[in-house]
Design a protein around this ligand. Structure first.
Ligand code: 15L
Length: 267
């Protein structure tokens, strides 16, 4: 990988990743609506609105790999999700195909499977159970990735990311926490591992309370270093300050499940 594009470069996850990527690739091209500010010597910036195919094509041009973090990163109105995550994701994959990009790592989310109960340990091949319009858009991105891999030969890795940060923030995050350096390990598997055709991997650190079977990631060499249990006391103290959410607490997606819920709770 000589030139790698990172979309969503002004977002929080990119802000945690970029310092860890110094010198990793000869050029890290960043793109977002606005610049993240000061750039390192090995970073460049191209402004791009994901909803605009021409701008996305300019951002992707000349890149060997793409880390697609861009889009709307939480639940939102349909029109917002449609433009940023559905149209935007299609623009990204199509621009990648046309530009001859070899690999795409797509930041999917745990919310693509958020309606699985916490009592179930799920593999990556389960049927998607999105908990929000946002989760639906991530399931769409995973499907789009499979299509571009199978039909057009892109090597695609979808990471169902839990919650990225230096520490797990509450009880739910003890199960889905992902330390930034562990995320980088997964991204590098997607960009560099010789066996990638199309993969879905869970973006989680070494969490004893995990709800996910991430054995495929391990077989590709993933060895997470973050251990959620080292932070249990702090996470549970933070949990005590949160409002009770009996419905959300039954499902892996938490508040994304209870937000606007008027269905029949199962599982
Ligand atoms: C996500 O997908 C979001 O991008 C992030 O903001 C968190 O809400 C995270 O999921 C989570 O589930 O904690």
């Amino acid at each position: 990988m000589k030139r790698v594009l990172m979309t969503g470069a002004s977002g929080g996850v990119a802000g945690m990743l970029r310092p860890l990527m110094t010198g990793l690739y000869p050029e890290l091209r960043l793109s977002d609506l606005r610049s993240p500010g000061s750039l390192r010597a090995d970073e460049t910036f191209v402004a791009a609105d994901l909803a605009d195919p021409g701008q996305v094509a300019r951002a992707v041009e000349g890149c060997d790999g793409v880390i697609h973090l861009g889009g709307h990163s939480v639940e939102g109105p349909w029109e917002t999700i449609l433009q940023a995550n559905i149209v935007g994701c299609h623009n990204l994959f199509e621009a990648a195909r046309q530009a001859g990009v070899k690999r795409v790592v797509f930041a999917s989310s745990n919310h693509a499977v958020g309606f699985y109960p916490r009592t179930r340990k799920i593999r990556t091949d389960v049927t998607v159970r999105p908990d929000s319009r946002y989760g639906v858009s991530k399931a769409f991105g995973e499907a789009l990735g499979a299509f571009y891999a199978d039909k057009h030969g892109l090597r695609v890795t979808c990471l169902r990311i839990g919650n990225v940060g230096e520490k797990p923030l509450d009880r739910r995050r003890l199960s889905i926490w992902l330390r930034p350096d562990d995320l980088l390990q997964l991204i590098r598997i997607g960009l560099e591992h010789p066996d990638i055709h199309y993969e879905i991997l869970y973006g989680a650190s070494d969490n004893a309370a995990s709800w996910w079977d991430n054995s495929r990631a391990r077989s590709l060499g993933y060895r997470p270093n973050g251990r959620a249990e080292d932070h249990r006391a702090e996470a549970m103290a933070a949990q005590a300050a949160l409002l009770a959410d009996p419905l959300g607490d039954r499902f892996q997606g938490g508040t994304f499940c209870s937000d606007g819920f008027d269905g029949r709770a199962r599982g």
